[in-house]
Design a protein around this ligand. Structure first.
Ligand code: OAD
Length: 267
């Protein structure tokens, strides 16, 4: 595994010197992340053509209250599978570089759309979660928290494709237990969203890592930061809807580009 002390390969894109200087001098750094930062930990992104979960399933079936009510075993089984994938995964050098970056600044705010816990497991604290958490299942009816099923280690050669699983029933009210993620058509956690918007407006620099920028209101944060005067830098191997909003885009993967950025700040 790569560490922050490994030399930077020559083809990793770098920021121009003036932008690097602004990053060095910033007081408040905001890091906005999406599924791409966890891709190199083995968690498929939502929209990648080959591996993305959306390419194999219909988003509305799996990520809406209506889809859950129509087919609870399909939806619950899918989230149990994703939760197991996350539990077995490890944070990658991209998550670790976010921790290293945060130590440099008077204020650093990590805002994530991800429902995994890899930022926290890498050591980030106070992460603002806009789309909930795979680990925080709760009752549909009374919102009582409910643990996810324990995750068994995979035997070598085991295929883990997921399966339909009937969701458990709440011991308090008998309603179904649902995943703790924000679904299409649902409100984001108000406090986390308000804090993220306040942070965007206060940021000197915003790093936008591994998001397609298609899902609002999270996708509006880079424009909000830029309008308030921040330098906005994107890290993504592919073009996104956020390209026009960002001052600079580093076209590479999070696990390569972010550690290189950390090294570039302390030459
Ligand atoms: P997407 O799957 O839409 O986008 C992932 C982005 O990561 C793409 O732009 C990829 O090019 C990029 N990417 C892939 N590999 C990468 C790597 N190794 N390093 C850096 N970037 C990489 O995921 P999100 O933008 O996070 O919402 O999706 C936003 C929301 O859509 C999700 O939070 C989810 C979904 O609906 C909910 O579940 C509510």
């Amino acid at each position: 595994m790569m560490s922050h002390t490994d030399p930077t390969p020559p083809d990793v894109p770098a920021l121009p010197a003036p932008a690097l200087q602004r990053l060095r001098e910033a007081r408040h750094l905001v890091v906005l992340t999406g599924a791409g930062i966890s891709a190199e930990s083995g968690i498929p992104t939502f929209r990648a053509a080959q591996t993305g979960l959306w390419s194999r399933f219909d988003a509305e079936e799996l990520a809406s209250p209506e889809g859950f009510l129509a087919n609870p075993a399909l939806v619950w089984g899918w989230y149990v599978w994703r939760h197991a994938l996350v539990v077995r995964a490890q944070p990658n050098p991209g998550h670790q570089a976010v921790v290293a970056l945060s130590r440099r600044y008077e204020r650093c705010t990590v805002v994530t759309q991800n429902v995994d816990d890899l930022h926290e497991r890498a050591g980030s604290r106070g992460v603002l979660r806009l789309h909930g958490s795979l680990a925080a299942a709760r009752c549909m009816g009374c919102s009582r928290p409910h643990p996810m099923p324990p995750v068994q280690p995979l035997a070598p050669g085991d295929a883990d494709a997921g399966r339909r699983i009937e969701p458990p029933r709440c011991p308090a009210c008998g309603d179904r237990v649902r995943p703790g993620v924000v679904w299409f058509g649902e409100h984001l956690p108000a406090q986390a969203l308000a804090s993220a918007q306040e942070a965007a407006e206060d940021a000197d620099v915003m790093l936008v890592v591994g998001t397609s920028g298609l899902v609002h209101p999270a996708a509006g944060l880079p424009a909000r930061a830029r309008a308030a005067g921040a330098l906005v830098v994107q890290v993504n191997p592919l073009p996104t809807d956020l390209d026009p909003v960002c001052h600079h885009t580093l076209r590479g993967t999070a696990a390569l580009v972010l550690p290189a950025l950390v090294r570039a700040l302390d030459p």
